[in-house]
Each structure stands twice: as C-alpha cells, then as structure tokens.
Design a protein around this ligand. Structure first.
Ligand code: PMP
Length: 404
C-alpha cells in the first residue's frame, strides 16, 4: 500500500475518525451478538423491527408460488431495467406504491443512494438552482455534486432564510428545486413540509422530499411525514427507501407520469445498473402492504421514544428532535468513540457518529429505537449515560459543550 494511504489511516486512527467494519452475529430482533456478548442494538434503521421478524419471513416464504420460482423469487435480474432486467413485478410494485400514495406514478431505484444521486442530475441543468437544507444526507449532497445546476444551502430548517434565497434568486433561474429530508437522519427532527409546500407554490419551484427515515413510521398507512402532514399531493418528488423501516433494499420516487418517463430516459443511476432481483421486488411488495396495517407498532415506537427522551432529560441530558432517532451530542471524536466502547460493556450497541457524517465538533450518539424494543430494554440507559458523560466531562475531555 502506498505510504500516503497508510499515513492517512494512522492519522484517522489518532484523531478518533477511523471507520472499521464490524460484523455482528446472532441477530435476534433488537438484540445482537458482538464479540461474544449480547447487546441491545441502538444503531439500527430496522425501525419497525421487521428484519428480525421470523414469523413475517415465514409468511412471506410460505406464500411463495413455487411454480414461479425464477420469475418471482430469482436472485438476479441479470440486466438493467432498460435492457432485459425489467419485470412485471417491478411494475406491480410501482403501481402499488402510486396507488397507496394516491399519485400518478412511482419509479423504483436500487437504493435511496441511487435515487438521490440519480434524480437531481437527470432533471436539472446549468440554468437551474437547487436549494438544500444544510443537514441533508450525504447522498443528496453527492447528487448535487453530480449536477450542472447551481446549488445553495440554507441553515437547517430555516425557512425564512430559504424564502430570502428564493426572493433573491428565483428570477435568475429557469427551474428551482427545494430539497429536504422529512425526518433528519442524524438529528431526528422534522421538516415543516407545509411551509415548504407554501414556498414552492409562491415561488413556482419544485419540491423534493427524502422520506428515508419516515416511510413506515408516520401517517395512518405508514407512508411518511407527507401523509401525516397531509401534503402528499403537493410534493413533486417524494423519495422513500425500502432499506430502513421496510427491512429490505431498494427505493422509490413518487411523482407525476411525465417526471417518471423523463427519469427513465435520463437518470444514470437507474439506466446503468442491474435491476433489483425478483425476490427483493416480491418482498418489497409484501412488506409495503403489510406495513400499512402496522399502526400499533408505530404508536408503540412513538411512545417508547418519548419515554426515553423524557428519562434522558430527567437525568439532565438534553436531546434534540422528536422522533425515534434521538441524538446525544458529545462533541469530540475520541470522547464519543471511548464512550461508545464503554456503553458496549453495559450491553448497549451504540456506534459513534463523527464528522464528516455530522458537522465538526458535533460527534454524537444517534440512539435509534425500533418497535421491537420494550421499556425494560432501555430503562437503565439514561442513568448510565449520565454517569459516563459526567465522568468524561469532569476529566475536561468533552470539547463540544457536552450535551444539548
Ligand atoms: N436518504 C437518507 C436521509 C438516508 O439517511 C439514507 C441512508 N442512510 C439514504 C437516503 C440512502 O438510502 P439507502 O440506504 O436506501 O441507500
């Protein structure tokens, strides 16, 4: 290996930023085995607890039409959708999605990452402008980098600043697209979609909402924050993934028919990649349908998240957001890595989240709750966190202002 790469890895290690792959074993619902120890998994995006739901899997496999193994459950699509990789299944899933959202069309992508890097560059050119929330996910950022359009970022959820940007710049560009996550992945807070819709209408802009952390969790039918806030019909491009609450892989965008057709012709991350395998399409259809009736799990998760937030606050720890993603800002990278290791000793699997995934000086724990957890799993955590954080700050090792 070239010396520069080695040096960079040493530098990352010394600054607490080295990322490593760590295999987990023996997953049983929200409990995992890590280095021989059973831990409560507080890092997962399996928000409805479906990835470890053996009875759901059994129902899926029992319902398989064995006569149709290759077409319905095969493990390889063999080519891209625009070549021979397209299937009736993909179209059925898209129809299910469009119907559930009550919108004209849906288009599948292989993942949320593919969607976010493929949609903006396809739709926008050099005379266009993207206005993006500063805390939007890396995949949205990467999509903007691939785009010829100008992009500007507004402060997180600062819609007054967004409005000022629209006032100043709208006239100079042909198309303007506003992009926001609905539930922010690292902060667990929520965009004001109604305000975004109002701005989009006032300034004749397009609205692109990433519901990766909301699909399955909000709204009567689990369609996301847009359903809960009653604005599905006003969102031009609503992106959701199957990779999180829906325990699978793949993603979709809900949009108008023309936009769908346009993306099929121009979106490179759709055109130049092998289609999702039939078995995944089938599971996605099954799980998307099943989740619509999971109001009970959604309510349980919301109540559990509130209970943990309140218990953390009672320990003097302040948290942001109001979803099942609970951030606890620690500040320094090394401290966050050290504390994560300590929490594993107590039986909690929490990975440190460090820059560049979050802004400098805001390394954190991102406590991610799932619907298969119960309060006894969590009740010891606030006191442990409070004690361990106090120990670190008394040694003067917290740089980022402790908790917030
Ligand atoms: N958008 C957001 C907000 C995300 O957090 C993520 C994944 N962490 C993605 C998109 C990418 O989705 P996927 O995992 O399906 O590629």
């Amino acid at each position: 290996m070239s010396a520069d790469y080695k040096e960079e890895l040493i530098r990352l290690q010394e600054s607490g930023r080295l990322r490593q792959l760590r295999p987990l074993a023996g997953r049983q619902g929200c409990h995992v085995q890590c280095q021989g120890k059973e831990l409560l998994n507080l890092t997962s995006n399996d928000y409805l607890g479906l990835a470890g739901d053996a009875s759901l899997l059994r129902r899926f496999y029992e319902g398989m039409d064995a006569g149709n193994l290759l077409e319905g459950y095969g493990l390889g699509a063999a080519s891209s959708r625009l070549l021979a990789g397209d299937t009736a299944l993909a179209h059925q899933l898209e129809q299910d999605l469009a119907l559930a959202y009550g919108r004209p069309a849906a288009l599948l992508f292989n993942s949320g990452y593919h969607a976010n890097i493929g949609i903006l560059p396809a739709l926008l050119g050099k005379n266009d402008l993207i206005l993006s929330d500063k805390l939007n996910h890396a995949s949205i950022h990467d999509g903007m980098q691939l785009c010829l359009a100008t992009h500007k970022r507004f402060a997180h959820r600062d819609y007054d600043q967004l409005e000022r940007l629209l006032v100043t710049h709208r006239q100079r560009y042909e198309r303007v697209v506003m992009v926001s996550e609905s539930v922010f992945s690292m902060d667990g807070d929520v965009a004001d979609l109604s305000r975004l819709v109002q701005l989009k209408k006032e300034f004749d802009a397009l609205l692109y909402v990433d519901e990766a952390h909301a699909v399955g969790l909000y709204g009567e039918a689990g369609l996301g924050k847009a359903e809960e806030q009653g604005v599905v019909a006003d969102i031009d491009l609503l992106m959701g993934t199957f990779g999180k609450a829906l325990a699978s892989i793949g993603a979709f965008v809900i949009c108008g028919q023309d936009l769908r057709d346009y993306l099929i012709n121009h979106s490179r991350s759709l055109i130049f990649t092998t289609a999702l395998p039939p078995v995944v399409l089938n599971w996605n259809r099954f799980v998307f349908q099943q989740q619509q009736a999971m109001g009970k799990q959604r309510r349980h998760l919301a109540a559990l998240s509130l209970q943990l937030r309140q218990a953390l606050q009672q320990q003097g720890l302040s948290t942001g957001g109001d979803t099942n993603i609970i951030p606890l800002i620690i500040g320094g990278d090394q401290e966050t890595v050290g504390l994560a290791g300590k929490l594993q000793e107590y039986g909690f699997l929490i990975f440190p989240v460090r820059p560049p995934a979050v802004p400098e000086g805001t390394a954190r724990f991102r406590l991610s709750l799932t619907a298969d957890m119960a309060w006894p799993d969590l009740q010891g955590l606030p006191a442990i966190l409070s004690r361990e954080l106090a120990a670190v700050s008394s040694q003067g090792r917290i740089r980022g202002g402790g908790t917030r």
